[in-house]
Design a protein. Structure first.
Length: 246
């Protein structure tokens, strides 16, 4: 059973505009609680017991928050920090969704879950990604506007490729940003290059694994909530009121 989760929480959250003027986006409050608390709650409830928080922007605020955070589960739980800026330097030097993986490659030797700290998934979907086999997995979600996301193109049970914001229809299964990785993903990090937007992308590492038929797709059954824009605060508040146990 997989116990370890890497949570990427180094970003500045510029899309949140004024809400991140004095705090990082992961600590913006929803229903009087920081968003990150819901992410951690669901991870612990899903049975994961060791969280590695990769922090950066205003990391001292996240460290202070964790001092007062209490897991909703009575079992053994652990939260450790890795500073992305200490490991790799400031965002002006190197940036992108693959950076948290670069930060933990020397400390993880087993299979693990990877999510972003501004994404919320249900306990059941988190449990479903706890797959102890030799393959890597990417979570997929059916969406009515797939052209706005990275589309997962699969042949049978294996992922073939990820097409970012395709101009033509490639299917309606989008990348929901949750991955189960084997340590093999770390061997691909040195082989990826900066994307057209000047960042190192986690999807490029996934694509390299997919070429070797080492990635499968796991469909999300409940939900994926992206906490990226000011309007998401109200939307998520309403959702949490209606789905308190999910």
């Amino acid at each position: 059973m997989i116990k370890k989760v890497v949570v990427a929480a180094a970003g500045q959250g510029t899309r949140m505009l004024h809400l991140t003027k004095n705090k990082c986006k992961h600590l913006i409050k929803v229903q009087k609680r920081p968003f990150l608390s819901y992410v951690l709650d669901n991870l612990f409830r899903a049975g994961y017991s060791e969280i590695i928080l990769v922090v950066g922007h205003k990391e001292e605020m996240i460290r202070d928050f964790i001092k007062s955070y209490t897991s909703p589960c009575s079992g053994k739980s652990k939260i450790v920090f890795v500073s992305q800026f200490d490991k790799l330097g400031p965002k002006e030097k190197i940036y992108g969704t693959a950076c948290p993986l670069m930060c933990v490659k020397d400390i993880i030797k087993e299979q693990f879950l990877f999510i972003c700290g501004d994404n919320l998934y249900s306990v059941e979907d988190l449990k479903a990604m706890n797959i102890n086999d030799k393959y890597n997995y990417v979570a997929g979600l059916r969406h009515e506007n797939p052209e706005k996301y990275g589309v997962l193109v699969n042949g049978g049970e294996f992922l073939q490729k990820i097409v970012e914001k395709p101009k033509k229809y490639m299917g309606d299964l989008i990348n929901a940003g949750m991955y189960k990785f084997t340590p093999e993903v770390f061997s691909k990090l040195s082989k990826i290059k900066k994307s057209p937007r000047g960042e190192f992308e986690i999807t490029d590492a996934v694509s390299l694994l997919a070429k070797e038929k080492k990635v499968k797709v796991k469909k999300i059954k409940d939900y994926w909530k992206d906490f990226g824009n000011p309007g998401d605060v109200v939307k998520l508040s309403k959702f949490l009121k209606e789905n308190r146990n999910r």
